[in-house]
Ligand binder design. Sequence first.
Ligand code: IPE
Ligand code: IPE
Ligand code: MG
Ligand code: MG
Length: 349
Amino acid sequence: MNAVTERLTEIYKPIAADLDAVARKMMGVVAGALEPFPREIGAFRSLGKRLRPAICLLAWRSEGIDGAAPPEVVDQAAAVELMHIATLIHDDVVDGAYQRRGHQTLHELFTDKTAVLVGDYLYATAIDIFNQHAGRPVLGAITRTTVGMAHGELMQVLLDPDCRSRRDVYLDIISKKTADFFGAAAVVGASAALTGRAGKNDQEDRLELFRRFGWNFGMAFQMIDDILDFTASEDNLGKPVFQDLVDGRITLPAILLLESGNGVPATLRTVLDQKELSQDIRAALLEDLNRFDIIPKAIRTAEGYLSEAREILQALFGSHRSVEAQQSLYSLCDYILLQRGLPAPVAGG
Ligand code: IPE
Ligand code: IPE
Ligand code: MG
Ligand code: MG
């Protein structure tokens, strides 16, 4: 186990048994119907970070609940991860990615057709699970999120590059494809904890805070994922790097580069036009990123959303953090920034 995984294990301590139950539920869901696929779906062979079910379970436990998680909570946390895996399988078809979680992608192992159908099956199963357990507001949040996720991915494909290189459009895309889902994951867990408690208005206010926590966390998370595409190694990330630009996805570092220079830097234009990255262009691009201080700027942008997420936790729990899961939610904010050696931003710099 490396230091980053160790840290995550520590953060997940209050929900370790719940996450094991989630894994059992997920295997149960896919075992019969998806033979012979489960072992071939990289996402099942290797677990990934499990951030979304973890946030769901931590939100639930942070309301001060002890003992084993009941089936409706375990099942819904499993549905959150199943839905996430479905989006990854589809996203990898769309992006033509060959690796996910350190394994060959499903569409590479089989065909695009198979991957699309397996993704559909997992999606549909997740919705079915929510339908069994979730109340109307949660179900509404989940279904609206799935519409948004599809819309966000579509915007990346359909909008022209000039439009997609605008910061406001980028923020809208990542809000839809990633952040809203984190918000919904927190709402699923918190709602299971709060339902039946007195004070309907207080409950709604609390759920809204949980949603906003997840959303801000998700915005920062996608920005950091987009930064890692420029800074990480493929071995560390378990998926291809430098792939976003080559595929024409214009993400935060590229947008900051566009905003800081006079016109489009030649390096960026070359990658976008040629749709490939030679060693020379890669080196020149990294030099541009350095010259304009792009990566620290991008990290500071993500950190702004994480600060907001921490403030929301403060509003939810006060400064006591008496429940272990509350501390874990704070620690997750630090974890995503420090994962895989991203440097911490320099205060005020
Ligand atoms: C990948 O999500 C998709 C993004 C929103 C960037 P994760 O990085 O959470 O993927 P896993 O679940 O850990 O593999
Ligand atoms: C995230 O986008 C995919 C979804 C939220 C559906 P990315 O394309 O950045 O994810 P990775 O980098 O392939 O994991
Ligand atoms: Mg992708
Ligand atoms: Mg990415």
